[in-house]
Design a protein around this ligand. Sequence first.
Ligand code: NAG
Length: 281
Amino acid sequence: MELSRIFTTFAVCMMLSVNGLHGAFYMREMCDSELQHKGERLYSQYPKYYENDLDCVLVLKTVHDYQKIFIDFDWIDLESHLSGCADYLEIYDGPDTSSPLIKRICGSYRPADFSSSGTSLTLRMVTDSSRRDKGFSLVFTSYHNTNDNHRCNSTSEFQCSNDQCIDAELECDKKTNCRDSSDEWGCPGTWLTIWAIIGIAIAALLLVTCGVMLICACCGMLCFSCIGDKKSSSTEEPATQQEITSINMTTTQPQTVHSYMPPPPAYDQGTYDDSLPPKPQ
Ligand SMILES: *[C@@H]1O[C@H](CO)[C@@H](O)[C@H](O)[C@H]1NC(C)=O
């Protein structure tokens, strides 16, 4: 359980490090602009830490007017305190910051995914003059539901395993665009990566096993020689005891041999009766 969690985390990290950096937008480079797109990853900035005293607004728009925007966070890292958010990302359900605020995000807990109610979402990132953190990484996707009087267009769209339809090009793009991640299931690259990871894991396991066996063998040999030494030193007295008994055995053996010597042949009393000297009278 714990091991499988570590393994999946490792696998996801490997996959992200191998594939995750293909294509991305950076909010810091698009302040006060609109981004109309089928779906892509969005980072707060590049390369590492966000700036102080930011107030950056970006409006996300769907490609088609029958679509909505789905947001799935990879991770967030925005300065927060017990008293509240010091640096934060606000998300408004509409084309500007006067639209209803869906949520204000800070800290490091990955927020739940969510969707817009219409064709646009407004992101606003605000930072104070102290401390800079990593910001955020999210994937936004233009989608529609099959039950919104729109079936998935089989030539231009991918149908998720749930009722979402997304752009066909988002399938196997190493980014989670469907709410159930079904757009990244069974992708050749993914399987290659997974098999590579499994191969590496098995090789590592074999190496560790061999190492352990080698150590055990060495220990065993050491122990055996130790026990041997101990035996020869600690069993001296019993050995002499045994020697004594064996000596006793050898000394008593001739006696027993004597006692088992066949008795002298018995003479027939009758035949010699006559030869016996006559009893003195
Ligand atoms: C499906 O998408 C293709 C390519 O964008 C388009 O030509 C076609 O009209 C669409 N079909 C439907 C039923 O919307």
